[in-house]
Design a protein around this ligand. Structure first.
Ligand SMILES: N[C@@H](CCC(=O)N[C@@H](CS)C(=O)NCC(=O)O)C(=O)O
Length: 219
């Protein structure tokens, strides 16, 4: 059976978990041996990051490469559907997620752990909101999924990251101002079975991490 090396709380592991559910691929999820960044894990995946997959001995890291591999190697609904232009837009939005939106959200982590860092909250929140305005323009009012009529790899990452952004900013007392079309996409995504299944382990793990980090921060 295909192995997903990942953790419930990890954004990029959850992105791949959603893709696996969308393709209907049976998988066994395991934590990276020794933990991510550990020497034991780096001996397997030199970057030390999660997620990675093991498909009958074929090891692969990097969420977007993994999803494209799964799409080509397995039957099931296409995660890069459509013609060349649609597929290019899917890849573009998936990169905007990985390279622009997710890093802007990740920048909030130190503020959760350390109240002394929270003076940068307005700046970081504004940076996320600016990224979301850009995303809205890039999507040009797409009424269905992130990049068109069909659910795609472009939906998998945003389904995690936009929820995380809203949850972290809420915890920091600065509710996220999300463009209306993105809010609409977010509520549609909640009803997609792959998103529901992929997020099922992520929700409690995120709440547990947040509770622990906030308690640590108040000491
Ligand atoms: N570009 C990578 C990013 C993966 C990533 O940053 N994963 C985080 C967990 S969500 C991680 O492993 N962080 C440890 C590190 O960066 O050393 C991908 O798409 O898989």
């Amino acid at each position: 059976m295909l192995i997903l090396y990942g953790l419930p709380v990890s954004t990029f592991s959850t992105k791949v978990r959603i893709a696996l559910h969308a393709k209907g691929i049976a998988f066994d999820e395991r934590p990276p041996p020794g933990g991510y960044r550990s020497d034991a894990w780096r001996a397997i995946i030199p970057t030390g990051t999660i997620p990675a997959i093991d498909h009958d001995g074929f090891l692969l890291a990097e969420s977007e490469a993994i999803i494209e591999y799964l799409d080509e190697a397995f039957e099931g609904p296409a995660l890069l559907p459509g013609n060349a232009a649609t597929r290019a837009r899917i890849r573009m939005l998936a990169r905007v997620h990985d390279l622009a939106v997710e890093p802007a959200v990740r920048a909030l982590f130190p503020l959760i752990r350390d109240p002394a860092r929270r003076e940068s909250l307005p700046t970081l929140a504004a940076a996320i909101e600016e990224r979301l305005r850009q995303l809205e323009q890039l999507r040009s009012g797409e009424p269905h999924w992130m990049a068109g009529a069909a659910f795609s790899t472009a939906d998998c990452g945003f389904a995690v990251t936009l929820r995380l952004a809203a949850r972290l900013l809420d915890a920091l007392g600065h509710p996220l101002d999300m463009p209306a079309s993105i809010t609409g996409w977010l509520s549609r995504s909640a009803d997609h079975p792959a998103v529901t299944a992929g997020l099922a382990p992520w929700h409690p793990a995120t709440e547990a991490w947040l509770a622990q980090a906030l308690v640590g921060a108040s000491k």
